[in-house]
Design a binder for this molecule. Structure first.
Ligand code: FAD
Ligand code: SF4
Length: 511
């Protein structure tokens, strides 16, 4: 007797060819369901490049599945069923009458819930498999977390290195140290970055061109530009991007990972986050290639360790936090921030050169590297006191690699301290002097990074001191932050009042 039909649901960020839902011989009776839901690009205003990347990567994956012999039911963004997920799933269940829906766990809490509800409403069993893409399962993370009160990424990272034997020589870390930050994180100096090896650019093929035209048709008013879209959209292209990074940019990744420079987009970063998050690449293959470059003498340990720390440490750590804290995590607002997001976040039209550069680059490419996100756009929102849900929606929509499990802890935890210090032990608060040290943005700015009051006061510096004043009670005796707050004692009372007054006036301009 023929086996009853299963509906295999593949989400837009589940494009791994080794997915467990595809394991075993292909059953001609089963259907693979892929849905391009229009509602997903409207839930938060999604950058056009982010949507194109999702659509193009999904369509390439569907073509690969068909080549392998799978029966694919593809709900195209132009279909009537594509209004939202729930409708598309319910309609597919009704049409194909499967005995069961199978899927790998979704990356986003809300998406998993909506799928669960759609299956329940249709009276159909839903089987959810653990996602082997990640190196630390949700259960493993919960075990590691145990009853720990404070969660330190460094402790988790060392645990993962030992557990998986990465960059280890026997029981000891390679090079005798876990962390090479002292050698990393320098700036380019006055001379600038010089000639940086350009990353590969993937000219849009027919599938990507169609995705571009669909996005322009359905979401003409969404933010972002598509003229220079060149991101990898298939596993083959992602592998080219990976090889290129390992050969040309990884060696200098460590020293320059925090540096910024006008009109330099990727610098020595990998640009692999979207390919990883869509699962065109597995994190272990990325880590193994980086480690092999060190073992072959092609890249220094400090750079390789710095890079592996991001993929094995931060990426897995934030996912663990996301799943152990959801759904309450999105409601956090520990610093009671209540300012609306300034409108220039959607245009880049501001006098502040650093913000203008980073936001315009973001709108052109859908990309900004970690320090641009954390110490320019994120820092400004933190100092200004932007409502966490508004800055969260901005980050979730505006970057090509944005998916909630990684975006939310980075935004609400690391960048905005909205979770009260669960993810980052103290706020990433700094003045314009930090941006001056790490970039050339201040050189062409009408503000002066060392002025905290007056007409030429750098808004970052003014708001930094105002932040210290506003949150003095909370942090003055904080074990890790108190040092920073001690600086406040050096201010005269009149200057404190000037700062508060000017900061209030500045805040009013964006109310
Ligand atoms: P590289 O600098 O080359 O790093 C290598 C890889 O390490 C990345 O591809 C990424 O997979 C991983 N990684 C690095 N830093 C982090 C981190 N803090 N958390 C998790 N993984 C990390 N990353 C996303 O993938 N999606 C997001 O939506 C996202 N939102 C962010 C929002 C804010 C406010 C901040 C501060 C950071 C965010 N990050 C996000 C983390 C990080 O900025 C990006 O992963 C990185 O900039 C992507 O560029 P890259 O691939 O060139 O990274
Ligand atoms: Fe940004 Fe201030 Fe520097 Fe201007 S002076 S670029 S606003 S940090």
């Amino acid at each position: 007797m023929a086996k009853r039909r299963q509906l295999i649901l593949l989400l837009g960020d589940q494009l791994d060819r080794q997915s467990p839902v595809l394991a075993g011989p292909i059953n001609q009776n089963d259907l693979v369901l892929m849905i391009e839901a229009r509602g997903e690009s409207r839930r938060v205003p999604s950058h056009k490049a982010r949507t194109v990347l999702f659509l193009s990567a999904m369509r390439h994956h569907a073509a690969w599945l068909r080549e392998q012999g799978y029966n694919v039911v593809y709900v195209d963004i132009n279909d009537r069923d594509a209004s939202d997920f729930e409708t598309a799933i319910a309609n597919a269940i009704q049409r194909y009458q499967p005995s069961q829906v199978r899927m790998v766990e979704a990356g986003e809490f809300g998406v998993q819930q909506r799928i669960q509800e759609a299956c329940e409403t249709s009276g159909i069993e839903l089987q959810v498999l653990t996602d082997p893409h990640f190196l630390c399962s949700r259960e493993d993370f919960a075990r590691w977390r145990g009853h720990r009160k404070s969660l330190v990424m460094e402790t988790f990272y060392r645990h993962m290195r030992k557990r998986l034997g990465i960059l280890m020589d026997g029981d000891a870390p390679s090079g005798g140290k876990w962390n090479f930050d002292a050698k990393n994180r320098t700036s380019f100096g006055r001379q600038g970055p010089g000639l940086v090896p350009p990353p590969p650019a993937f000219t849009p093929d027919a599938i990507t061109r169609q995705a571009i035209s669909d996005v322009e048709h359905h979401f003409p008013d969404n933010p972002g530009e598509l003229a220079n879209f060149a991101w990898p959209v298939s596993r083959e292209q992602a592998l080219v991007m990976l090889e290129d990074f390992i050969s040309h940019r990884l060696p200098a990744f460590g020293p320059f990972q925090d540096a910024m420079w006008t009109e330099q987009v990727l610098l020595y970063h990998s640009g692999l986050s979207a390919a990883l998050n869509l699962k065109l690449l597995h994190p272990m293959e990325v880590i193994e290639k980086a480690e092999a470059a060190y073992r072959a003498g092609d890249a220094p340990l400090a750079s390789v360790e710095g890079f592996i720390r991001q993929v094995l440490g931060w990426r897995e750590f934030v996912r663990g936090i996301y799943w152990s804290e959801m759904p309450a995590y999105l409601q956090n607002n520990a610093l009671n921030a209540d300012q609306p997001l300034p409108a220039f976040y959607w245009t880049g039209d501001t006098d502040m050169h650093c913000l203008r550069s980073v936001i315009k680059q973001t709108l052109q490419t859908g990309y900004a590297h970690h320090i641009q996100r954390l110490m320019v756009t994120g820092l400004f929102a933190l100092l200004l006191g932007v409502r966490p849900e508004e800055i969260h929606a901005w980050y979730l929509g505006i970057y090509i690699d944005a998916v909630e499990w990684v975006e939310a802890p980075n935004t609400l935890g690391m960048s905005q301290y909205a979770d009260g210090g669960l993810l980052a032990s103290k706020p990433y608060a700094a003045s314009g002097r930090y941006i001056q040290r790490m970039s050339n943005y201040c050189k062409d700015c009408r503000f002066k990074p060392d002025r905290r009051v007056g007409e030429q006061a750098c808004p970052f510096t003014l708001l930094y001191w105002d932040f210290l004043i506003r949150h003095e009670t909370r942090f003055a005796r904080h074990p890790r932050a108190a040092m920073q707050w001690r600086m406040l004692h050096k201010l005269e009372q009149t200057e404190r009042m000037d700062i508060t007054f000017q900061a209030k006036a500045l805040r009013e301009t964006w109310r």
